[in-house]
Design a protein around this ligand. Structure first.
Ligand SMILES: C[S@@+](CC[C@H](N)C(=O)[O-])C[C@H]1O[C@@H](n2cnc3c(N)ncnc32)[C@H](O)[C@@H]1O
Length: 388
């Protein structure tokens, strides 16, 4: 596999599976992958009022003259324009989806007494089975992604729920079963990207508006000191491509190097990162940062600007980052004053300084004259001058 501009290719790495590696030297800020989702579904609780388009997930006002609703489920599904409505009625919001959402949201529906996470999983399953009916190749792509099925109480409950709300004689031909439902849930958990609502400094948590499955971006492995991060522009990008994601490298990368994202904000402490990666992704991280931090005591674990109470909250006062970095190699660090914290430079240069943000900074794409010195935060979107 190669992307549009030939910057990454698919490889297999021992103990990691498929991975994306640079096929040529990459310049800081370069867009190495632009990916469109094959499935996007809402992260909102069922039976809640929609305040974003059910197709493109752009924020909308229910009172805007352009806003239209679904002719069948009315306020359950609003669209930002008749164009989105028309596309959606034959793709993501077919009669199959509409009827399932009406039933799931009806008073007395068994899902309504469950946690938000089950609502979102139910939405995902309806969307995924709909995809199987409207785009079998994309459905097969989802099944080809990483993720081992686990038949547990949650998947048994969700399968029986979906059986009771989804009507289609064609589902049987797809192999509709609790095994398939469990497999889909595993693929979603392992591979979906959250499309975030805009950053609001008053909220501690940045809410996820929708989840998307991106067939090529799903091949990025995790590193606790990533060399790339992904950007989305759900509210600001032009209609119908606004759910695309863009992956940019943080710094220059030589050819043949694995390109990794961090699966969560980088300012999370070692034990929490290991726990999440094990529980949610099924692996033990042995990246360079984890190797260093595994030798730290619990006290030291909290010394790099991490906040125990809030993963998203970078407490700058706790940071060891003081700019005393002597030399850098490829985004790595040589800090002569602090051998125990070789990644100080990463936090200094690539960690967003906006309060309560926790985002990663990447340079804007390079121009003909060279790399940009403006950094963009992938969470709050703030632009700042590069600090060296
Ligand atoms: C989104 S997928 C990434 C692509 C995946 N390697 C594949 O073969 O499709 C996430 C999965 O990749 C593997 N993975 C990602 N980062 C890893 C790492 N740093 N070390 C070991 N395995 C990793 C884990 O199996 C994880 O559940």
């Amino acid at each position: 596999m190669s992307d549009d501009n030939g910057s990454v290719k698919l490889a297999v790495i021992e103990n990691k599976g498929r991975a994306l590696i640079s096929s040529r030297p990459l310049m800081a800020g370069e867009i190495i992958l632009k990916d469109s989702p094959i499935l996007v579904y809402s992260a909102a609780p069922l039976a809640s009022d929609a305040n974003f388009c059910s197709h493109c997930f752009r924020k909308i006002s229910p009172h805007s003259p352009a806003t239209v609703s679904c002719p069948n489920c009315s306020s359950l599904s609003l669209f930002c324009s008749s164009q989105c409505q028309s596309i959606s009625l034959s793709t993501s919001h077919t009669p199959f989806v509409c009827q399932a959402l009406i039933r799931l949201s009806a008073a007395g529906s068994p899902i309504l007494s469950h946690d938000h996470i089950r609502h979102v999983q139910a939405r995902f399953l309806v969307s995924a089975y709909n995809l199987a009916l409207v785009s079998p190749p994309n459905f097969q792509t989802i099944l080809s992604l990483q993720g081992k099925p686990l038949i547990d109480d949650a998947s048994i409950f969700l399968h029986s729920l979906i059986s009771s709300v989804c009507d289609s004689p064609n589902l049987g031909q797809l192999g509709f079963s609790v095994e398939l439902t469990s497999a889909l849930l595993a693929k979603d958990e392992m591979n979906s990207f959250g499309l975030m609502a805009p950053f609001n400094p008053d909220n501690k948590e940045r809410s996820v508006r929708a989840y998307g499955i991106y067939p090529r971006a799903s091949f990025f492995n995790h590193d606790c000191l990533p060399n790339a991060c992904r950007f989305d522009y759900v509210d600001s990008a032009s209609n119908l491509t606004n759910t695309d994601i863009f992956v940019r490298v943080l710094h220059d990368v030589p050819a043949g190097r694995e390109i990794c994202l961090s699966y969560f904000p980088v300012n999370i402490k070692y034990s929490e990162r290991q726990k999440r990666l094990k529980e949610d992704y099924g692996f033990t991280c042995v990246c360079d940062r984890c190797n260093v931090e595994s030798t730290w005591s619990d006290h030291e674990d909290e010394m790099d600007g991490e906040d125990d109470d809030d993963d998203e909250d970078m407490d700058e006062d706790d940071g060891d980052v003081d700019g005393d970095v002597e030399e850098t190699v490829n985004g790595g660090v040589v800090d002569e004053e602090n051998d125990d914290f070789p990644h100080a430079y990463f936090f200094f240069k690539y960690m967003c300084g906006t309060e309560k943000c926790g985002g990663t900074l990447a340079p804007l794409p390079p121009s003909d004259v060279g790399p940009s010195t403006t950094m963009e935060c992938h969470v709050c979107g703030n632009l700042s001058k590069c600090e060296d």
